[in-house]
Structures are given as C-alpha cells and as structure tokens.
Design a protein. Structure first.
Lengths: 231, 800
C-alpha cells in the first residue's frame, strides 16, 4: 500500500535548513499495522503527514497504492485523500461547533453521499464505537475517551484503506487508551491498514511492526510476535 | 453541504455573540446610513422625470452681465419661446408658465388665499405629463378664462360634487374662470407645484412683444435626440436679431456698443437638471431647488459609510478567522478543497450581510421620519419596496458580502491543513499591514467628517453672529398689510398705541424672507449705466430696522420734496463713482427722473451671504406692508394683539406675518440642514469606525492574552499593558490625520468659496478634530485594554 523510497524532507527558515527526514525507505503492506516510534523531533509526525498526503516530500518517491503522490498538487492530494485515508489525532481535532453526529458525517458530505446513506453509515459506526447515544452532544460535553472514539468513528466512516493515527492515546488515561487501541486493532483485523505514531511502548505492542526513527532516519525495524498481547 | 455550512455558521455566531453583534450592528448601521443617503440622492435625481417627455423638454433662461452685475433669471420675456420655435425646426413646441403666486380666489363670496396659481399656455398639458382625470382631456385651456385644477383644490373650492363647469373669480379680474379639467396633485418631485393652472389665452402681458422685460418660465419641447448644447450655440444670433433692434431705444446705445462692455444670452437647462443644476437667482425660481453639490457630498458619504462598514466586517472577520483555523484544518484533512472553503466562508458572509440588510431596512424604516423632519425631505419608505430598489438591494447585499467576505474567505481557505491544526499562523503578522491600512482609511474618513462638521457649524455660527447691517431681532413683518385697504392707516396708528410696539415702518421691503422686489435702471447722459434694486421705504424704516446712516440725513416729512430724493448704500456710492462726497449728487433713474442723494446708509445684507452686497437705491414711497419693532423679545403677545386688531376690521383677509430673524435663518436652511445631516452622519461614521476598532482591540487582547499574563507575572503594571495595547492603534489614528487634514481642508475651502462672506479654516479646528478623534478612539480602545490588563494572569497561563 505504501512504498517510500529515498524520501527527504527539509524545512527552511530564513537562515537555517533543517532536515526532518533523511533518506527514508519504507514499505507498508495492505492490512499491516505499523507503529512509528522515536524521541521528540525525530521526524515521526513529518513522516506521518507525508504518508497522509498533508504534506509533500522535498525529495524521493512516495507511492500510495501504486500511484506516485510525492509531487501532487494540493487539490490532487485532497481528491486522493477523500475516502481513502482516515486520520486520528492526539488532540482529537473535532470541530467544536458540530455535534458528534455532524462531526462524523463531515467526510461523507465531502464525498457527496446522499443524506440517507450518510445517516445510515454514521449511525452504524457510532453504534460500533458505542457512542451512538451521544450523537447530539457537542465535543466539549464528552470525556477524552469518548472524543477519541468519535474521532475514530469519523476516520473510519468512509471505510478507508488506511488509517493514520498520530499518538491516538496521548491525551487519554490508560483505561480509555486501551479501549482506543482495541478499537484500532479490531479495525486492522477487519482489513484496514494502520500506521500509528506513538511514544508509548505499550501501544507499540499492538502493531505488527515497530519502526524506530532517529534524527530523521529509520534506525531499526522490529516485528512484534505477540500482536495484541495487551488485550 | 450548505446546511452543514449554515449550522456551523450559526453556532459560530452563538459562540462569538459579542464580536458578531458588533460586526453586524456596524454593518447594519453602515448599510442603513448608505440607504438613507441613497434615498436622498435618488429622490433628488428623480425631479421632473415623471414627465414622459422629460428627455425632450428643456427650459430657456436668461443670463447677462451688465455693468458688472450678474443677472441669472429663469423667468424670461414673453415672445422668446414662440420665436425660438419659429426659428429652429428642432423645437417642436414651446410653452410658458406665468407664476401668479397666491392671489385671492373667490367662489360664491367666499375667498381663499393660499392656493398656488399660474397662467399657462394652452399646450401646457401636451408638453408636461399631468393627465387630466376629469373634464376635457384634449385641449382644456384653449379658451380664455378656463382653468385646470388639482383634485384636492377642486374639493376645497367646490366640495364633493364635480368641479367641471363651475367657476371661480380672481380678485381684481372681472371675468370668472371656468374649470375645464381636473388633474391629480403635481408629483412631489416636480420643480413646480400649482393648485390652479389658468389659461394664458386671456392674459394681455402674455402677448407682449418686449424683449427687455417679462416673467415667463419658458419650456421647449425638442425633437428626439436633439443636442440642446448645439441649439444653444445658435442663440446669440437671436439676441442680436430681436434685442438688438430695440437696444438704442431701451438702453440708449446701439447693440454693438452695448455688447462691447456687457453680455446678454439665453441658456438651456434640460428639464431634469432644473432642480439640481440650474443656478438661477434664488428669488426667480418657481421653487427653491436642490444643489448637485449636496448630491455629490451625500453620495460620497453614503459610499464611505458603506466602505467603512465593509472594512470593519472584513477586518473583524479576518481577525476572528484565526479562531476558525482548526475547523479549516480539519475540513481540509477530511477532504474539503479550497473552493469549497471559499464557498463556505463567502456564503457565511452573504448570510451575515443579508441579516445586516434586514436590520438596516428596519433601521431605515424607524429612522426615516426623524430624518425627514431634520432634513426637510419627504423620503418615503415604500421606495424600498420597488422592484428596481429590491433588485439593487439584493445586488448590494451580494456586493457587500463579496467585498466584506472575500478577503477573510481567501485568507482562511489558504491555510495549510497542518499549520491550521497547530494554530501556528496565530502569531503571523502578514495581515497586520492590511488591517492597519484599513483602520487608517476609516479614520481618515471619520476625522475628515468631523473636520467638515466643525467647519460647517463654524460657518453657520458666523452667519448667525455676523453684523448684517440691521437688527433682525424683534421685527414683525406684516407684508400684506395693504390687504386692509384704507384701514391700513388705522391699523398702523392703533398698533402704534400698543405699549409693546417700539416703532413701525410702512414698507414691504424686507432684507430677509418674502419681500417686494423692484429694480431700476440708472443712466447717465441718456446711456444705461446699470440696474439696481430699489427699496420703497418711509421715514421710520432706517430706525425701525436698526440701520445706520453713515452720511447725510433720513427721509423726513418736514422736507416736502423727499419724493425726488434718494438714500443709497455705501456700495452704490462706490459703484456710481460718487467719491467721498456723495451727498447732493444727482443720479438719473430711467431716462429722465433725477434723484438727489440725501443720505448714505451703511451696507446691510439684503441677499444671502453667498453673494456680495449689491448697490441699493432707497426711495421715499411708503406703501404695502408694515414692519413693526417690538419692545421685548417675547413677541407672541404682540402677534396676538395685531391679529385681534386685524380681525376687528371685519375683513375676510387672513392675518399673515413673518418674523425677520426666522426668515434670516430660513435663508440658510439648505446649509443648516446639510449641517445637521453632516453632524449625524459624522457621528454615525465615527460610531461605526469605533465599533470596528473595539472589535479589533478585543481580538488583539484575546490574541495577546497569554502575553499579557506573562508580562503581568513578570511585573508589568496595568498602565503599561494598556499603553502597549493602545499604542499601535493610536499611532494609526494619528497617521490618518496626515491624510484627512489636507484633504478636508481642500474640500471644505471649496465649499466655503460658495460664500461671499466666510470663515477661514484655522488651526484650532484641526486641533479640535484631532482631539475629538483621539479621545473617541482612545475611549474605545482604553476600556477594552483596561479590562484585558486587569485580568488575573493565572487565567492566561492556565490556557497552555
């Protein structure tokens, strides 16, 4: 699904050029659950943003499902993202002014789905995330765990091929964190590819493979044998 | 999708109630002010356009410069219209109005004296669109002594039954007038409003051949697409042909010689320009017109108000946009493209503008009666309901929402998704330049308007305080005292016995307000020198009016021959070249009447201060009206006494009077109203500008919430924080002065040039403007800054 070769990303300010990613080579297969780990500032989020097509690499190649996306324009990236990718953020990133239902409905609106189809899909995913009873609530009326479940519901409502999670448990207590990880694992078991950035050793154990990043380079890759050991 | 936009827009409104209200109220105020101004402008521009042939009708006026005197007359000689029609094939028809003012009208022994009466040519109703709704709709005025009257007049004179065929008499005329047609009221936006249009067929003076005198308002109906300017160029030939022939006889010199020093000419004004552009002498207009200058001024203010409101809207929307950054980021991540976001924010702006438009319409409906009262207009709210206006309003909404919404929309939709999610651009300064520019623009206009208001008020005060050469207070003018006939003398003598009366003069010549009007020709050795206004007065006039004789003596009954003497004003002495010793000099009036100068009266203003003082002749000829000087300022009791005395003569004439100081004020009513309107709109503009400033400072202090907290923890005082927050804004306001002041000076100096007697724009006016603007601006900023500066720093630091 993801094929990255010799990828570089640099940021330039007036005087300094910082190399955030340096010669990264990475393959993620369909159905895989990969965790990216590393200390702060090592380039994890930059890599995730590029994989999520929110940003373009400076150099190198990035193929998504066989398509080269490295040099696409924003409009083209937006089109490709729609329906194919789901995002889960550490800070949930729900729109405060929309209810739970409306937040989850949003990606379907951009896919121009009919109202009835939207209703059906949103309710189905909310039920699955066990948050349907809160459909009319606003984000600030929910606990952190509930908000992240809504965010996951929103990420999966379009049935994407790939879910990108940026420290999905970072703002949650351990109980809610475990719940979220279980949800992601479930989705993965149903066939969704997941790439997750995390600081947490515990969370990384849910992944099939852990990629360790340091100063913008992949330093180690390890396979997890006991997937779901924490379940 | 749109529903989703609506939902989020509405919830954002609820979340930012305060800022949104400021934004909306500002925009609504701006639009409402603009609408009222536009109603005024549209109304002013609509004059006489109700005529179906409005684009073909023109009026011919007379312009001359004779011995330095500028003559601008709109009522001209009787034969001009018909002659022009004969001479030029592009003229289809010519028609005339002879204003008869308000004569006494008698129906069945009952008399009326408030009805506006005109004689018009028989073809009048073919040229002007005033449909005959009852009676002869083909040619109602072809017979002498016929008349077309308005519906209301018909009801007044003849009651409920049909007026057609009924008659009324004109005081002093034998033949009764028979009503042959009824029309609706003359439309409000017409340059004339008569109740009675009588046939000119029987009017002797209408048949006059004189090219040197006459009082006929003359209109031409031109062939379609005739260029009136082209026609105008052919007029000098007409002057030569028809006036030249009699020049020797009337002016005492041949045409060629006369034209060496003087100018004579006819000029054309299109019908629809009469109200705003015809610069006719004030006392020679059918009705007081408007002034295109004020149409321009008000259009500019309307545009500025709208611009300021839009700028505010734009500024505040952009400022608050950063609060929507996260939403934009999420939408982008979830698949929204730039156009969709653009569409979203533009539709929000459209809805807000639509909302503001409704609010503005309500404001207009509520405030219009007050505005009408202040400005003396009769603007109607139902203008707003006309399809043309509704479409314009819709287009205006679209325009304003585009104008106000495009910048924030472009700004917001251009966020990069990850930057937006991280709120990184919050500290970005890239919009400060634009915002600062917009603030400066607003304050240029606000300060400019304050300056203009101060200058207008100063000039009005100057007019009020100026020594005008007579004392206008406590003067009661009964101009129509002659209506008492032989009882006038008794009335005067009885009034003189009244202890409230200081003195009485018998004259109908008043330097302000309605006055008799008379001119004379001064000649020298049989040659015309110049035309001069004449005042017919008695021996009490100069003292009653509080005028001053600078040389010689007053008229007196002791000198039997005073009827051949003259008192002149200082300007006349100067213009006639009488030197330092004018007394005893002889002046020839007309062709052969010699007058001896017995006195010189100090110059007094008998025209408005727009014009310089003309030379004046004062002759001993007591007749007409009475001018009464009261002993005390409370003149109401005296009026009651005079009224009671008037009625005691058993006359059916209505007692009418005017107060000289009121008439004087009335002379400047246009300027006064303009001043009031300017005052109001200057205040509104600054209010709207301040709302914008308030919004911006609210936003800035919110944005710098954390910074303020940290500064406070580190020991900054409240004053330092207020100063920090205010400094930038105050700087912008100061910058605006550098643009507003030169611009304001230039424009207001131009306005003042319209007055022959005027103030100079002095430094203190600028200082006061600056102070007022700064005070208001600081008041707005200071309060909000103080609130921000006095908050608990812990609140700010908790935010992290």
């Amino acid at each position: 699904m993801i094929h990255i070769q010799n990828l570089k990303k640099s940021f330039r300010t007036e005087e300094v050029e910082t190399l955030a990613l340096n010669n990264v080579n990475l393959k993620v297969e369909d159905g895989e659950f990969a965790a990216i780990m590393g200390p702060s500032g090592c380039g994890k989020s930059t890599l995730l943003n590029i994989i999520g097509m929110l940003d373009n690499p400076t150099e190198g190649s990035y193929k998504f499902a066989g398509h080269e996306v490295g040099g696409l324009k924003e409009r083209q990236r937006t089109e490709l993202r729609k329906g194919n990718l789901g995002f889960v953020f550490q800070s949930f990133n729900l729109i405060d002014e929309l209810t739970v239902f409306e937040n989850v409905e949003l990606p379907l609106i951009y896919l121009k789905e009919s109202k009835s189809s939207r209703r059906e899909k949103v309710m189905k995913v909310l039920e699955r995330m066990k948050i349907a009873h809160r459909e009319k609530h606003f984000p600030h009326q929910l606990s952190g765990g509930q908000q992240q479940r809504v965010a996951i519901a929103r990420a999966v409502v379009t049935n994407p091929k790939l879910i990108l999670a940026d420290e999905p448990t970072g703002n949650l207590d351990s109980k809610n964190g475990i719940e979220v990880m279980n949800l992601l694992t479930e989705l993965n078991q149903e066939g969704t590819t997941i790439v997750m950035v995390t600081h947490s050793d515990r969370d990384s154990h849910y992944a099939h493979r852990v990629i360790n990043l340091f100063d913008g380079q992949i330093v180690t890759e390890s396979q997890n044998r006991a997937v779901g050991a924490m379940m | 999708m749109f529903k989703n936009y609506l939902i989020i827009a509405w919830r954002n409104v609820l979340k930012n109630k305060g800022l949104f209200s400021i934004n909306l109220v500002g925009l609504a105020l701006g639009i409402a002010s603009c609408l009222i101004m536009m109603l005024f402008v549209v109304d002013e521009l609509s004059y006489d356009s109700y005529n179906k042939k409005a684009d073909q009708i023109v009026t011919v006026v007379f312009r001359a410069k004779v011995s330095g005197e500028e003559i601008k007359e709109s009522s001209i000689m009787a034969p001009v219209g018909e002659t022009l029609k004969k001479e030029f094939p592009e003229i289809l028809d010519a028609t005339r109005i002879r204003n008869y003012h308000t004569p006494k009208i008698i129906v069945d022994n009952q008399s009326f004296r408030k009805d506006k009466f005109a004689f018009v040519d028989a073809n009048f109703f073919d040229v002007f669109t005033l449909p005959i709704i009852e009676g002869d709709d083909q040619n109602p005025l072809k017979e002498p002594n016929t008349a077309v009257i308005t519906k209301a007049e018909a009801k007044k004179l003849f009651g409920a039954s049909s007026a057609i065929g009924k008659s009324f008499r004109l005081d002093g005329k034998e033949q009764p007038f028979r009503v042959t047609g009824i029309i609706e009221e003359v439309p409000r936006n017409s340059h004339f409003h008569f109740d009675i249009f009588a046939s000119m067929e029987g009017l002797e003076e209408a048949k006059s051949n004189s090219w040197f005198e006459g009082s006929f308002y003359t209109y031409l109906l031109l062939r379609k697409d005739t260029d009136y300017r082209n026609l105008e160029t052919k007029f000098p030939h007409i002057i030569e042909k028809y006036m030249g022939a009699n020049m020797q006889h009337v002016m005492g010199m041949p045409y060629e010689e006369f034209m060496k020093e003087n100018q004579l000419g006819f000029k054309i004004f299109p019908l629809t320009d009469i109200h705003l552009r015809a610069d006719n002498a004030v006392n020679d207009q059918l009705e007081q017109g408007g002034d295109i200058k004020y149409v321009y001024i008000f259009s500019a203010i309307a545009l500025f108000m709208l611009l300021i409101a839009c700028i505010n809207f734009m500024n505040l929307s952009t400022a608050t946009a950063s609060k929507r950054a996260k939403e934009v980021g999420i939408r982008k991540v979830l698949g929204s493209n730039k156009n969709q976001l653009l569409y979203q924010f533009l539709s929000e702006s459209f809805i807000a503008t639509l909302f503001a438009m409704f609010l503005a319409a309500i404001l207009v409906i509520i405030s219009l009666p007050y505005y009408n009262e202040l400005s003396g207009k009769e603007l109607e709210v139902d203008y707003l309901g006309r399809p043309f206006v509704l479409i314009s309003l819709f287009l205006l909404t679209l325009l304003v929402s585009l104008l106000a919404g495009s910048y924030p929309a472009l700004f917001l939709s251009s966020f990069k998704p990850m930057t937006a999610l991280k709120n990184k651009f919050l500290t970005g300064n890239q919009n400060n330049g634009v915002r600062s520019g917009l603030v400066v623009f607003q304050f240029v206009i606000s300060a400019g308007l304050i300056l203009a208001t101060l200058v207008v008020n100063q000039q009005m005060q100057y007019i009020q305080d100026k020594d005008i050469g007579y004392e206008r207070d406590q003067l009661l003018v009964i101009r129509e005292a002659h209506l008492l006939g032989k009882d006038q003398e008794v009335f005067k003598n009885e009034m003189l016995k009244n202890p409230k009366v200081a003195s009485i003069s018998q004259s109908a010549f008043a330097p302000a307000g309605d006055s008799d009007d008379s001119q004379t020709m001064i000649s020298n050795d049989g040659q015309f020198v110049r035309r001069m206004p004449v005042y017919n007065i008695d021996e009490h006039y100069i003292s009653t009016m509080g005028m001053e004789l600078v040389a010689g003596r007053n008229f007196s009954r002791e000198f039997g021959a005073d009827s051949t003497n003259v008192i002149i004003n200082e300007t006349a002495a100067k213009i006639l070249g009488l030197g330092n010793e004018p007394l005893g000099k002889r002046i020839t009036e007309g062709n052969n009447t010699d007058r001896t100068v017995i006195g010189v009266v100090k110059d007094f203003h008998f025209k408005s201060l727009h014009q310089p003082i003309d030379p004046l002749f004062m002759l001993y000829a007591p007749y007409g009206g009475l001018i009464i000087k009261a002993k005390s300022a409370d003149i109401s009791e005296l009026i009651k006494d005079a009224n009671a005395l008037w009625n005691s003569f058993g006359t059916d004439e209505v007692f009418g009077y005017s107060l000289m100081d009121e008439s004087y004020k009335q002379t400047y009513v246009v300027e006064r109203k303009m001043g009031i309107v300017l005052n109001i709109f200057a205040m509104l503009t600054i209010l709207v500008a301040c709302l914008g400033l308030f919004g911006l400072v609210t936003y800035t202090s919110e944005q710098r919430f954390k910074e303020i907290g940290i500064r406070k923890v580190l020991g900054s005082s409240v004053f330092e924080i207020v100063a920090m927050l205010s400094r930038d804004f105050i700087k912008l306001v100061m910058i605006s002065f550098f643009i507003a002041f030169p611009l304001g000076y230039y424009l207001m100096d131009k306005w003042l040039e319209g007055f022959a007697y005027r103030i100079e724009i002095r430094g203190w006016i600028f200082a006061l403007t600056a102070l007022a603007t700064l005070l208001v601006a600081f008041g707005t900023i200071g309060w909000k800054s103080f609130r921000a500066a006095t908050m608990n720093p812990v609140e700010a630091l908790k935010e992290e």
